[in-house]
Ligand binder design. Structure first.
Ligand code: MV4
Length: 504
């Protein structure tokens, strides 16, 4: 039985994993880079080990340092979280050699799914629908042109080692084809050290829908329903929800079975996610499988009442799944917004710096997975996501209302965040109606980026006074957030009307 887990990650996900460990009576080990000494995941753990300098390539991505940290602390298992080494088959192999339990699938499944050409071949053999396209690496112009002619333009050229949009090219005709293949190859080689590319028919306005999978070591594999992840910007998810607005019980059943077959075809063990593209006619196609816990896993937890990290640990301990497919019933609707330290009005540039004050929303149906605190300096080296804001309510309509409430309740000062941007999304009629696909953000970007009010040029004195008033108003006691009727109110107007003592 696992007694001590080293979490090979940082930030909110490290803390998320430690919380489940603590409930299970398992000791936790944090690892941290020199830039993360003051990160909350470090003080939150039972023990912590520094594993190198600030850049991830010199710390969080060094397998030997992670293994060494296990040996120093006597950790018997590693949970990799998401990102970093989470889908690295070499870490999983190294763990096997060192008799450390890797909380995730076997290296075999990671390798099969990590290579997209192999994954496509495996899915075709398993009868899982894939996007019409090629089964092999493209090597000659003639081969590429013949394949494209058969598939029909427009087509997508994708890197076999890719994912997340890197090394991907949209091609409209034969004239552009070979240059696109060469460009994709060169990008793939420099990004992944592998220039294999394949071709798929272009799906015009797809939905990104993924299925959560759990599989134990006894061959029991179930799906935990879908997550709709079509609200993305440059392949970064912004909002996820479950159930998907376009899902039907019938489609869920067939896609869920396809996801289970995808997992079984690589002897998958643990928690995983099967991604699909779904077109307007509800045709679905396997895209890729993520062999890790995902950022957006809490929405699944919220509607099912299941702790996915606990299930991962139990599976790693050789326990049988405690539920069968028919036990999996979603209750209500959950939405997640990713809270990022970024400036939407400056091309979404990361906005690192010191958090002056943070006040997180609370109350019924709310979950905030976060790791920041007053005075914390967000490092420039890592992902700008500082929290995940998750709500659950009885219906989609109520979940949106709740998300609007918590987005107005959230206070972060000192840095720029995307909270204002997220609030605006909640008011876009297409979002409210659930009528959106992967082009949603680009379609509405002008509305979303319209400045909230006319920008005036500030003198330095004006800026100092404004900052001072902003500070006073952000103190909890001086900040009326809603009117008696529950409407959001103009704080400046309220402030001006106010008589009596202000607490400073
Ligand atoms: C596609 C596609 C249309 N047709 N493949 C983008 C990331 C990578 N994981 C797969 N992606 C896409 N593949 C075919 N054959 C459109 C996308 C795509 C996309 C997919 C999911 C979520 C957001 C997206 C945004 C743009 C393009």
């Amino acid at each position: 039985m696992i007694k001590k887990i080293l979490i090979a990650n940082r930030g909110e996900i490290a803390m998320r994993i430690m919380r489940s460990c603590r409930e299970m009576g398992i000791k936790t080990v944090a690892v941290f880079s020199e830039a993360d000494r003051t990160s909350k995941h470090v003080s939150f753990a039972d023990e912590a080990v520094c594993i190198g300098p600030a850049p991830s390539k010199e710390s969080y991505l060094i397998i030997d340092n992670i293994i060494e940290a296990c040996k120093i602390t006597g950790a018997d298992a590693i949970h990799p979280g998401y990102g970093f080494l989470s889908e690295n088959a070499s870490l999983a192999s190294k763990c096997q050699k060192e008799k450390i339990i890797f909380i995730g699938p076997k290296p075999y499944a990671m390798c099969k799914m990590g290579d997209k050409i192999t994954a496509r071949q495996t899915m075709i053999a398993a009868g899982v629908p894939v996007v019409p396209g090629t089964k092999e690496n493209l090597t000659t112009k003639e081969q590429a042109e013949a394949a494209a002619k058969k598939i029909g333009f427009p087509i997508m050229v994708k890197a076999s080692s890719g994912g997340g949009g890197k090394g991907m090219r949209l091609v409209k005709n034969t004239k552009e084809l070979w240059d696109a293949v060469l460009a994709a190859k060169s990008e793939a080689l420099s990004s992944f050290g592998d220039d294999a590319v394949y071709m798929e028919k272009y799906i015009k306005s797809p939905h990104h829908i993924e299925f959560q999978i759990l599989a134990d070591k006894f061959g029991n594999t179930i799906h935990l329903c879908e997550r709709e992840c079509s609200v993305q910007r440059r392949h970064q998810k912004i909002i996820e929800e479950t159930p998907s607005p376009l899902m039907t019980p019938e489609l869920r059943e067939v896609m869920g079975l396809a996801a289970i077959n995808a997992a079984k075809s690589v002897k998958y063990v643990g928690a995983g996610t099967v991604e699909f593209l779904v077109d307007d006619n509800l045709n679905y196609y396997f895209l890729e499988m993520n062999t890790r816990l995902q950022v957006e896993h809490p929405i699944t937890e919220k509607v099912l009442g299941i702790d996915l990290v606990k299930e991962q640990i139990n599976i790693a301990n050789g326990k049988k799944l405690p539920f069968k497919q028919s036990d999996i019933v979603q209750r209500g609707h959950a939405i997640e917004c990713r809270i990022c330290a970024e400036d939407a009005y400056n091309d979404f540039m990361p906005s690192p710096g010191i958090i002056k004050h943070v006040s997180e929303p609370k109350g019924i149906g709310v979950r905030v997975d976060s790791y920041v605190y007053d005075g914390y300096e967000i490092p420039i080296y890592y992902d700008p996501m500082i929290a995940k804001l998750v709500v659950r309510a009885a219906s989609r309509k109520y979940a949106i209302e709740r998300m609007k409430r918590v987005l107005y309740e959230y206070r972060i000062s000192g840095i720029k965040t995307n909270i204002g941007f997220l609030r605006k999304i909640m008011d876009i009629p297409d979002f409210v109606k659930g009528k959106y696909d992967t082009h949603f953000i680009e379609k509405h970007i002008d509305t979303l980026l319209k400045p909230p009010r006319a920008t005036k040029t500030l003198t330095e004195d004006m800026a100092i006074i404004a900052a001072y008033f902003d500070y006073i108003m952000n103190l909890e006691e001086n900040t009326p957030k809603t009117s008696a009727e529950g409407r959001a109110i103009n704080r400046w107007k309220e402030f001006g009307k106010r008589k009596g003592v202000l607490r400073i």
